[in-house]
Design a protein around this ligand. Sequence first.
Ligand code: ZN
Length: 203
Amino acid sequence: MSNVREMLARLNPTNVRFDIGRCGGAPALTAQDIAAALGMVTPGLGREVLIACWWPDGSKLDGASLARHLLAVIGTEWQRQGHELEEARMELSIAQTCAGWHEVVTPVLQRELTRTQSRWDAAKAAAWPREMPEMLPAIGRAALHELCWPDICGKCEGHGSLVVENLVQQCDECEGRGRMSLSDRTRAQLVGNPWPTVVHRAG
Ligand SMILES: [Zn+2]
C-alpha cells in the first residue's frame, strides 16, 4: 500500500507527483477519494500536524485549527508546571519556617530542607521560560519543521543499523534511531534564541 502521507500530498498542486512510475497494480485514487479518507481521520492535533506537513494548502483552509489544538496541549502542560512550582515553593517555605522555628536544625529537618530545595530547583529547571507566550509561534513553527522534514541519518539511510563485516551493527551516528535529531543549537536558532543564551526560567 502506498504511503498514506504521500497520498495526502496528492491534494497539493501538481508539483508533487508520487504516482509517476507506478507500473499498474495500485488502484487509482482521485483527490476526492483521498479528501474523503482524510475526513475519517480522528480530529485532533495529530490530524492537524499530518495536514500541515503533507497538505499545506489544506492547512491554510483552517489556519487556526492547528494553533488551537497546539495551545490546548500547551495550556495543560503549562498549568501542570504552574501547580508544581506553586507546591514546591510552598513546601520549601514550610520547611524553612520549621527550621527557623527551632534553634537547632535536626537531621530530620535538614533532610526535609534538602528534599524541598531539590524539588524547588527541579521544578524551576523544568519550567518553561517566562517569555514562552512571545516565543510560542516560533516554537510551533520550529516543531512543525522538525516533524515535517525528519533528518534521515546519512550513514544508515534511516535503517538504524549497518552491516559491517557480515555483522549487523547499530548505527553509531544516529544511535539506532535512523534519524538525526536537531541539535539544541539548531533548535535555539529556529526559535530565534541566540545560542548560547540561557533562557530565563520561571521563579
Ligand atoms: Zn544512522
